[in-house]
Design a protein around this ligand. Structure first.
Ligand SMILES: [Zn+2]
Length: 181
C-alpha cells in the first residue's frame, strides 16, 4: 500500500475521488492532525518542513467507529456528533487501495477492459496503432515516458488511470489538470 507523501497529495487533490468515499473496514486514510479540513493550503511547507508527525497519522479503519453510523469526536471546543460518513469525509484524506480504484471503473468497463486499459495507460507506445510506421509522429512515446517518470507506484498509476478515464484529468506533479486535447 502506497502511503508516501506523494500519493497522499495526489489523493487529497483528487476531489472527485474523495467525494466517492464511503468509509468502510480496511480503508486507509490520513488523520487530520491539524483539525482543519484537508491539509493542502500549506502542503508544500509541511512536506518540506520538519512536521514529521503529520505523516505518521496514516491509519487503517479496522472497525466501525460507532453504532448506527454516528460517532462522537472530542474537539478543543467540545464534543461533536458526526454522521460517520460526514465525519470521515470532512476530516480525513482517503487513500484508496488499488482494488478500490479499479472498482471505480467497473460500472462502465469489464474486468478485462480495466486490466487492458491500465496496461495501455502504462505503455501507450506499445499499443499505438502506428507502431509499425517508422515515421510515426504521434505522441504515444513521449506520453508514456512522461507518465512513467511522473508516477512511481501501482496505486499512483491506477489513480491517474481512473482520473483520466472518468474525469479527463492528468497529474502535473502538483495538481490534477484538465487534459489538453
Ligand atoms: Zn501512437
Amino acid at each position: 500500500m502506497d502511503t508516501t507523501e506523494k500519493y497522499i497529495k495526489m489523493c487529497e487533490s483528487a476531489k472527485e475521488i474523495q467525494k466517492l468515499w464511503k468509509p468502510d473496514i480496511g480503508d486507509w486514510f490520513l488523520s487530520d492532525f491539524r483539525g482543519t479540513t484537508g491539509f493542502s493550503e500549506d502542503l508544500e511547507k509541511q512536506m518540506w518542513g520538519n512536521d514529521k508527525e503529520k505523516w505518521e497519522k496514516i491509519q487503517c479503519l479496522t472497525h466501525k467507529p460507532s453504532i448506527k453510523d454516528y460517532v462522537t469526536i472530542s474537539d478543543s471546543d467540545g464534543a461533536h456528533i458526526y454522521k460517520m460518513n460526514e465525519f470521515f469525509k470532512h476530516r480525513h484524506v482517503w487513500l484508496p487501495r488499488q482494488d478500490q480504484l479499479q472498482d471505480m471503473l467497473k460500472d462502465t468497463n469489464t474486468m478485462g477492459a480495466i486490466i487492458q486499459g491500465l496496461h495501455w495507460f502504462y505503455d501507450p507506445e506499445h499499443f499505438c496503432p502506428d507502431a509499425d510506421d517508422e515515421y510515426r509522429a504521434c505522441k504515444c512515446s513521449s506520453i508514456g515516458i512522461e507518465r512513467r517518470k511522473m508516477l512511481n507506484s501501482i496505486e499512483q498509476f491506477t489513480l491517474a488511470f481512473v482520473m483520466d478515464e472518468l474525469y479527463d484529468k492528468k497529474w502535473d506533479g502538483s495538481d490534477w489538470i484538465n487534459k489538453e486535447n
